[in-house]
Design a protein around this ligand. Structure first.
Ligand code: SF4
Length: 229
């Protein structure tokens, strides 16, 4: 199965995912930082707190006392560290002339834009690429733990493949279109949450016929997939 065929199967099964769930591009930036090492429902609570305190703007985040900011985002975990990261990211946005200027840079010179985001302390490849793709619609593929787990079980990539190497495969295999990358990543999340969980629930998964992990689980002494909840 090619990466293109995989997309077609996932889209046929799950349909459009309408990601990223955010009201503004800057909310995407905040969500991309807060979602590090935590579930999205915790991010939603932290973002709701920021909204309640009218603190969901770069200016408000830079101005907020660090302890107060940390308290607002506490539901997202690692809140002191993330408060510092949010202030660093918000200061970067202001320093670079705001979100529109950063959007323009992402479309004019994507590699340079990516390097600039990666230079911010606490912003790694997944966070930077999520911002570039979902806040600015720049055509860059986001690799996350779901992507790696699913591709490894499908024998389409080794489990320990480096981030940029796997990303390059998507860029080589697919048209460089932000909307496609957006949808594809969201479909990996959908599959990873419903079926291809840490302990897979293969029943009902649209990929069973093409999945070596599933096939091996059907052998008498192989690993068994957990029944669906
Ligand atoms: S068949 Fe099972 S292991 Fe394979 S992709 Fe689907 S859920 Fe994951």
């Amino acid at each position: 199965m090619t990466l293109s065929e995989l997309y077609t199967r996932l889209f046929a099964h799950f349909g459009p995912q309408h990601w990223w769930p955010a009201d503004t591009p800057f909310e995407v930036v905040v969500g991309a930082v807060l979602t590090q090492n935590t579930a999205w429902r915790n991010v939603e609570r932290a973002i709701a707190n920021l909204k309640a305190h009218e603190a969901l703007s770069p200016e408000a985040i830079v101005r907020a006392p660090l302890e107060e900011l940390a308290r607002w985002i506490r539901p997202s975990g690692f809140f002191r560290q993330k408060a510092q990261r949010l202030q660093a990211v918000a200061a970067f946005v202001l320093d670079r002339g705001g979100m529109e200027a950063l959007r323009a840079q992402a479309h004019a010179d994507l590699p340079a834009a990516r390097r600039a985001w990666l230079a911010i302390r606490g912003v790694g490849p997944e966070t930077a690429d999520s911002i570039l793709l979902y806040a600015f619609s720049a055509p860059i593929f986001v690799i996350d733990a779901y992507t790696k787990r699913i591709l490894s079980r499908l024998a389409l990539a080794p489990a320990e493949i480096p981030y940029e190497k796997l990303q390059a495969r998507f860029h080589a295999a697919l048209p460089r279109v932000a909307q496609l990358f957006n949808e594809y990543h969201a479909l990996f999340v959908a599959l990873g949450k419903t079926h291809c969980r840490p302990r897979p629930r293969c029943e009902g998964c649209p990929l069973t016929e093409a999945c070596p992990h599933f096939m091996s689980s059907q052998k008498p002494r192989g690993e068994r997939c957990a029944p669906s909840a």
